[in-house]
Each structure stands twice: as structure tokens, then as C-alpha cells.
Design a protein around this ligand. Structure first.
Ligand SMILES: NC(=O)c1ccc[n+]([C@@H]2O[C@H](COP(=O)([O-])OP(=O)(O)OC[C@H]3O[C@@H](n4cnc5c(N)ncnc54)[C@H](OP(=O)(O)O)[C@@H]3O)[C@@H](O)[C@H]2O)c1
Length: 296
């Protein structure tokens, strides 16, 4: 079970206290970060600024979260770096990959040396961002869609210029989306792209197939969905709490000649493991290919 730290405890240990955060491109993922930070009491609305090209979206974000919004991306970067006492300034790149080159070009040379850039843009390499921005401190992250409800997992890695305090701030910020895993290099970001960022797709497909199987047997779609969703949720929580290997848990419910044994036989015959392994590997190769060619 994921638990939230009470707000009073946060105040003493919060590396984001007195920091400012600018969101460049406040879409689904960046809003999930901002909302998570506010919900957990890690920042106050006045610590956040953002930029967005559409005025309706700017108004929506101000009304919903109290985030000061700018039309120009450079203005948001500047507003996240006030002259008063400040213990860190983070600039989050939340735009789509297709917009990255244009936005980096706009922001070129506008960052202060002690600001840290945090990119959630899929496929965008640290070197590309650092070179385009003329800025050395860059963190690359790879969240996944359950981040939108604070149950995601985000892999991240940083350039050598990122300080220890900045890393603590980034980790605290990403924890607003769920769990975080610091990986060693960008190859592992591509690996996480295939496993955890693409991961919900595998699970949703399995979920859909099981629900359809329930309907095939005669359950209504509603009942089948309820049974499947809670089975998947409960199995994950049980596996986590029992600390047992999945094979051990599976063996516990596989009696000789029983239903599980029959079902496992069919899944192995259909090469389910091989198909999953091939799918993850294909996604990894795709992530590497996109990262190598995505320059726009
Ligand atoms: N969503 C996920 O689960 C997920 C998971 C992993 C990684 N990511 C990465 O997160 C990034 C954002 O994804 P998202 O799903 O949050 O996309 P999104 O909702 O489309 O967010 C991007 C936002 O940027 C705005 N924008 C467009 N041009 C801009 C510009 N020139 N300057 C500033 N803002 C601009 C867009 O406005 P309009 O609405 O007007 O286009 C949109 O609101 C992507 O790079 C993606 O690879 C997302």
C-alpha cells in the first residue's frame, strides 16, 4: 500500500521547501506532477509557475491549482528564478517530443547555471537537451501513465553536473507521481521505457483478454470486469506483501490435475512467456531507435 507522508513531517525534511518549479508545457504529465506536489504539501502554489500557448489552458491551470501562468516559455523559466532567497530552481520540460526542438531553441541561453532541467520527454537524450540549451544540469525521466493517479513508477538519471541537493529535489518531485527508480545511464532509461513506461499497455491487453474470456463464458461485461480488475490488483498487492517469488505463489495454487495446472499448460503451449519477452525486447529496440533518430 502506498502511503503519503503527513504534511507536518514534510515540512522538516522537504528538499523542495523554498524552491521554485517552472513547468514548460503543462499538459497531462506535467499537471500530474504539479497536482501531486500540491496534494502532498511539498510545495505551495506560489512556488509553481508554468507556460502554455493557449490562454484557456492557462486560465484553467490558474483556477484549478493557483499556478501563475505565462504565454512565453522564457518568462516561466525566469519567474522560477527570483532574486530572493531560494534553495533550488527546477525547469520541467513537459512538451511532446515533436515540440522539443522548437522549445529548446526558444529557451537557449535563458537558464541560470544553478537551475536544473528535468525532462519527461520520451526519447530525448540528455546530451541533446544540454547542447541545445547550452546548459549542463539535466535530468532525464521516464514516468508511466498510472502517474496520473500518483501510482506510477518513474525511472530517472542525471548528467554529471547535477548536484546532490538537485538530485534530492528531483527525487522528491518525482515521488509525487508514485515510486521512483534511479537508473545508471540512458540505456537503462530505454530499458525502463520498454518495461515500465510501455508496461501498462501489456497489462491492459491482458486485462482486456481476460474480461473477454469472462464474457465468452457467459458473464456480463460489468461482472467480468469487476472480477478481473480486483484479481489483478489483489495479486500484485499479495505478491508485494508476501515477498515471495511469483513462481512460488503460482505453485501454491496449482494442485495436481486442477484448474490452474490446466490453464498453465495452455499458456505455455501458446508461448505466453516468449511473446511477452519478445514484446518487451521489441519495445526496447524501438525506444533506442527513436532516441537515436529523434532530432526533428
Ligand atoms: N502521458 C504519459 O503517461 C507519459 C508517460 C511517459 C512520458 N510522457 C512524456 O511526457 C511528455 C508530455 O506528455 P503528455 O501526455 O503530458 O502530453 P500533453 O498532454 O500533450 O502535454 C504537452 C502540453 O504542451 C503544450 N504545448 C504545445 N506546444 C507548446 C509550446 N511550444 N510550449 C509550451 N507548451 C506547449 C500542449 O498544448 P496543446 O494541448 O495545445 O497541444 C500540451 O498541453 C511527452 O514528451 C511524453 O513523451 C508522457
Amino acid at each position: 500500500m502506498v502511503t503519503e507522508t503527513p504534511k507536518e513531517e514534510v515540512a522538516n525534511s522537504n528538499p523542495l521547501a523554498n524552491s521554485r518549479i517552472a513547468f514548460i508545457g503543462l499538459g497531462v504529465m506535467a499537471e500530474a506532477i504539479a497536482a501531486g506536489l500540491l496534494r502532498k504539501g511539498l510545495v505551495k502554489p506560489e512556488q509553481l509557475v508554468g507556460s502554455h500557448p493557449r490562454s484557456a489552458r492557462r486560465e484553467e491551470l490558474y483556477t484549478k491549482h493557483g499556478i501563475e501562468m505565462f504565454e512565453q516559455n522564457r518568462e516561466a523559466v525566469e519567474a522560477a528564478y527570483p532574486s530572493d532567497s531560494l534553495s533550488g530552481s527546477l525547469v520541467i520540460l513537459g512538451i511532446k517530443p515533436q515540440r522539443l526542438t522548437k522549445v529548446l531553441d526558444e529557451l537557449k541561453g535563458s537558464l541560470h547555471q544553478d537551475q536544473v532541467v528535468v525532462s519527461v520527454v520520451a526519447g530525448a537524450k540528455i546530451e541533446t537537451i544540454a547542447d541545445e540549451l547550452l546548459h549542463a544540469s539535466v535530468v532525464r525521466t521516464m514516468p508511466n501513465t498510472p502517474a496520473q493517479i500518483g501510482e506510477g513508477v518513474t525511472a530517472w538519471t542525471s548528467s554529471d553536473a547535477v548536484t546532490e541537493l538537485q538530485e534530492q529535489q528531483v527525487r522528491a518531485m518525482l515521488e509525487a507521481l508514485g515510486k521512483t527508480v534511479r537508473v545508471e545511464n540512458e540505456r537503462q532509461i530505454d530499458m525502463a521505457t520498454a518495461l515500465s513506461a510501455t508496461g501498462p499497455t501489456y497489462i491492459f491487453l491482458v486485462m482486456e483478454a481476460l474480461i473477454d474470456a469472462g464474457v465468452h463464458m457467459g458473464f456480463s461485461r460489468h461482472v467480468s470486469q469487476e472480477l478481473v480488475q480486483q484479481t489483478i490488483l489483489g495479486s500484485v498487492l499479495f505478491a508485494r506483501e508476501s515477498h515471495k517469488h511469483p513462481a512460488e505463489l503460482r505453485n501454491m495454487v496449482t494442485s495436481p490435475g486442477g484448474t490452474s495446472a490446466e490453464a498453465i499448460y495452455q499458456m505455455e503451449k501458446g508461448s505466453l512467456r516468449t511473446v511477452l519477452s519478445k514484446a518487451v525486447w521489441a519495445a526496447f529496440q524501438r525506444a533506442e531507435a527513436l532516441g537515436g533518430t529523434r532530432k526533428e
